[in-house]
Design a protein around this ligand. Structure first.
Ligand code: TA6
Length: 301
């Protein structure tokens, strides 16, 4: 492991800005510190663990009980859900939210922009391992830009001879002071499925408050969403491209208890707002085609 980290630092570290370290359970993390923020990314899962702008609190929530173990999902930060969002359509033995967050990604680029932002590209290519789950050839690239905002671009290319379809999500866990201090703005008029029901509802109010379990999948919306937190006295804007579905999720108390990697009261300090491709917004790629889903999160000054 040490040799691998030395090699990565030799090839990709940026002095005073980006380096690789070993997490206690043998996972490799990228630690970024630039003039805008601190961030941490796990090569396992291509998983963004932390994003903390210098002038604010952590933007992302991470469960204190999360696993950091190959084969188990990391709870919090930004899990990458691919090639299916949610449970597998037909095989309950398959991992929820696909396999991308359960495999090691490789680094292919690190760079500093003229504005002092840090760019990182991670890659996951189809392999014998992925074909145990999904019989297609693909390249997944995760382009990250860490600056006054955090841009996450998930680009999927069909590198095979067969057309395929997938669903995906950039499953962002936002850190909040307390769920009762939160209002979510920007989805007025959008239609959504609540829970796993199939009745389409319409978002009447401009502001959404959360006081029970919510698992809303807003379909046909490309709007920006603002997360207001009255106690942290901050607004976080999420904008997106290449996605027509936005998910708003909080498990509330009963469902939170069912998650072993989440404290029973963990639901009180996070809400998920996720750009997704699912339902009618699944992505179909012919050989050689690609699709990008972009999520940008940043503080509203
Ligand atoms: O995005 C919301 C959701 O699909 C919920 O239904 C819940 O399952 C959540 O994702 C967490 O999923 P996970 O597999 O990470 O436990």
């Amino acid at each position: 492991m040490e040799e691998e980290i030395d090699l990565l630092n030799e090839q990709f570290s940026i002095e005073g800005e980006l380096c690789f370290s070993e997490k206690k359970d043998g996972l490799i993390f990228i630690d970024v510190m630039n003039k805008y923020a601190e961030a941490t990314i796990s090569l396992y899962g291509g998983h963004i663990i932390q994003y903390k702008p210098y002038d604010s609190f952590d933007v992302l929530w991470m469960s204190p009980d999360s696993n950091f173990e190959v084969g188990k999902a990391i709870r919090g930060g930004i899990p990458i859900c691919f090639p299916w969002f949610g449970p597998h359509a037909s095989d309950s033995l398959m991992p929820a939210h696909g396999f991308a967050r359960l495999l090691n990604w490789e680094v292919t680029k690190t760079e500093t922009t003229v504005k002092g932002e840090t760019l990182i590209t991670l890659e996951l290519n189809s392999s014998e391992e992925t074909k145990k789950y999904w019989p297609y050839d693909f390249k997944m690239e995760l382009d990250l830009c860490i600056g006054s905002s955090f841009k996450v671009e998930l680009r999927i290319t069909n590198t095979g001879e067969k057309e395929f379809s997938y669903t995906s999500a950039i499953h962002t866990y936002f850190n909040v002071s307390e769920i009762s201090n939160v209002q979510i703005e920007g989805l007025k008029g959008a239609t959504y499925y609540s829970g796993f029901g199939n009745e389409l509802l319409t978002q009447e109010s401009n502001l959404i408050e959360i006081s029970k379990e919510e698992n809303r999948r807003y379909v046909n919306t490309e709007s920006d969403i603002i997360l207001h937190d009255s106690a942290f006295n901050r607004k976080i804007k999420t904008s997106k491209k290449g996605s027509k579905v936005s998910v708003v999720w909080n498990p509330w108390s009963e469902t939170a208890k069912a998650f072993k990697d989440m404290p029973d009261d963990g639901y009180q300090t996070f809400v998920c707002i996720e750009p997704a491709n699912s339902y009618d917004d699944f992505i179909q790629l012919a050989p050689g085609e690609n699709h990008s889903t972009v999520g940008v999160i940043g503080l509203v000054k």
